[in-house]
Design a protein around this ligand. Structure first.
Ligand SMILES: [Zn+2]
Length: 265
């Protein structure tokens, strides 16, 4: 049972108990309304946290780090492919013989098929990051969200031969509708344990120093292959890793789980 279902049951029980007490003991209406409002506020706050903190596991099980006793970490790149940045990232990864996962936006995948071919040929894996990646997706219906996932899966399948199994929701936002769509397609939700914040205005040095401080075994690191600063950060970070015991592993290998489903293109 998901935490969301459990929360619904507990909230309903509280409301039932409240109404029963009111029915038999008739305490003040002000107190009754106050307690009722408190229950609703607590319920909504919990759901809000569950929606915006991808690792809360409230709606669906999300992998935010890999349980491993190896000093292995995973590199993930969101929002590409980008015409300029993704090829630069691929060059660095090739030079250092490091494999990663790219969570692609379908709308970009349509524009740059050659880059996706290179991602696959270089031995990286691909995950689904929806088609449009717009902010309204958090408020859309089941049919539209399904289309977002299906369109992107179809595009990716044309390069990999099979649908991707890994999915990362835009902005890490989940809700009961999104969770039900992910389940429908049998996909695995991937979050992160270290956010590089490479999408903002931080310098490469600041980002790198935060990464060094937060690194841990089984970490899944979130980068974006859309911002030029990521190129410098990645190069320096891989140089730093070479001086440590940490090794980069591909997500599917570390999880021991196939990155592709059985459905054909
Ligand atoms: Zn994104």
């Amino acid at each position: 049972m998901t935490k969301f279902k459990l929360l619904n049951i507990i909230t309903l029980l509280f409301i039932l108990i409240l109404f029963t007490i009111q029915l038999f003991f008739e305490f003040s209406i002000f107190l009754f309304i106050s307690i009722f409002a408190l229950i609703l506020v607590a319920y909504s706050s919990y759901l809000f946290i569950g929606s915006y903190f991808i690792c809360s596991n409230i709606y669906i099980k999300t992998i935010c780090k890999v349980n491993t006793n190896k000093n292995s970490i995973v590199l993930s790149f969101d929002d590409g492919p980008d015409l300029i940045v993704t090829p630069l990232i691929l060059n660095i990864l090739k030079e250092k013989n490091v494999k990663a996962i790219f969570f692609l936006k379908g709308i970009n995948a349509e524009k740059y098929p050659e880059i996706i071919k290179n991602i696959v040929e270089d031995g990286h894996i691909i995950g689904n990051h929806t088609f449009s990646h717009t902010t309204y997706l958090a408020f859309t219906n089941r049919k539209k969200y399904s289309l977002e996932i299906e369109q992107t899966n179809d595009l990716i399948s044309c390069f990999t031969g099979q649908s991707p199994r890994f999915f990362r929701p835009p902005f890490g936002v989940l809700n009961p509708i999104i969770a039900s769509v992910i389940k429908k397609y049998g996909m695995i939700t991937i979050g992160w344990s270290i956010r590089s914040f490479d999408g903002g205005n931080c310098s490469a040095d600041v980002i790198l120093s935060k990464l060094k401080n937060k690194i841990h075994a089984g970490a899944i690191i979130l980068f974006h292959d859309t911002n030029p600063v990521t190129v410098n950060v990645l190069k320096d970070f891989l140089d730093y890793l070479a001086q440590t015991d940490f090794k980069v592993e591909r997500l599917d290998k570390l999880l021991n789980c196939d990155a592709l489903s059985l459905s054909k293109c």
